[in-house]
Design a binder for this molecule. Structure first.
Ligand code: PSU
Ligand code: MN
Length: 306
């Protein structure tokens, strides 16, 4: 394929049944400021290796959808920041044919996982149904990708920049199992609770791997969404974060921000309104998700060994 490549390390790991965990790059270019974005992305790769797995950071480099970016490429994605094209499914053919630098969203990264044969992917938060999406129809392509692409995605729930109730409804309609890890609640990224319940609860990575294997056995297309609450010690006071999120959403409304700009705008506003406190929480929850994704990937490999 002209527009797709997998690094030698990732290719070898997949061939040798070594667990691989995919990582997205919109979180690097659009989700965090430089240089914390690059430090976080490199720390994530180190955590994955310490767990005996192989990291596969995904991005579009000079038009090539690349699975397994190197540290120079991660540095470039972080330093270039929001000037990097944010690449969801619909953007892929454009950035490819134009030879551009692109940061893949959850949807874009899941599609790359499908091409490469990677089954597990860790991120911070997913896109979802925005507030008032019942009229704006701003529902992230991440949800449709979860409907059609067989990847287990580990996240810390959805930020309340979204309407979490509507997001859960959309996931149900699309046939996506949502599994709370060691929780009965649907986490809301910075907080362990959202006021909504998680549809299912599992307490071990092995149980999640079993569900992923059963999904495959039944020929069900689509992925599984694992929602992993932020560790208690890093979670933020619910009132404080929700005031700041409400202020950011009101500002976006006033400025008429919409489309693919909306999520990055809100992420940046929340980070600056909280004076970077939200960034520290964001980084920790990503590490926490990566560790769980490694455990799930290892369980899936162990099943194949038998
Ligand atoms: N939510 C976050 N952090 C992020 C994103 C969402 O808390 O970095 C990024 C992810 O890459 C996600 C994308 O896939 O934003 C969703 O964008 P949109 O809402 O435009 O689909
Ligand atoms: Mn959108």
């Amino acid at each position: 394929m002209k527009y797709f490549t997998v690094s030698d390390e990732v290719r070898r790991a997949l061939a040798d049944n070594v667990p691989v965990v995919a990582l997205e790059s919109t979180i690097i270019s659009h989700g965090m400021p430089y240089p914390q974005n690059v430090q976080t992305a490199l720390n994530v790769e180190r955590i994955v290796r310490e767990k005996g797995c192989v990291p596969a950071t995904v991005a579009v480099i000079d038009g090539v959808l690349t699975v397994g970016c190197g540290s120079e490429q991660i540095e470039l994605l972080g330093r270039t920041g929001t000037a990097v094209v944010k690449v969801s499914r619909r953007d892929l053919p454009i950035v490819a044919s134009r030879g551009l630098l692109g940061a893949t969203t959850v949807a874009g990264t899941m599609y790359a996982c499908k091409l490469a044969g990677i089954e597990v992917f860790a991120t911070g938060g997913i896109g979802g149904a925005h507030r008032h999406s019942e009229t704006t129809m701003d529902i992230s392509a991440d949800l449709d990708e979860l409907q059609r692409t067989a990847v287990t995605v580990v996240c810390a729930g959805a930020k309340s920049i979204l309407d979490i109730g509507l997001t859960l409804e959309c996931l149900e309609t699309r046939g996506v199992p949502v599994i709370g890890f060691r929780t009965d609640d649907m986490p809301a990224f910075y907080t362990r609770e959202s006021g909504y319940k998680a549809p299912y609860r599992m307490d071990a990575a092995k149980e999640i791997a079993n569900a992923a294997a059963a999904r495959k056995d039944l020929g069900l297309e689509g992925g599984i969404l694992v929602v992993n609450p932020i560790p208690e010690e890093y979670s933020m006071p619910a009132d404080y974060i929700s005031e700041n999120i409400d202020a950011a959403v009101a500002e976006a409304d006033r400025l008429g921000i919409s489309g693919k700009q909306l999520t990055p705008f809100l992420l940046e506003r929340i980070s600056s309104l909280t004076g970077g406190k939200s960034l520290a929480a964001n980084i920790q929850l990503v590490y926490n998700n990566v560790r769980l994704a490694c455990d799930i990937a290892a369980e899936l490999c162990a099943r194949r060994d038998k």
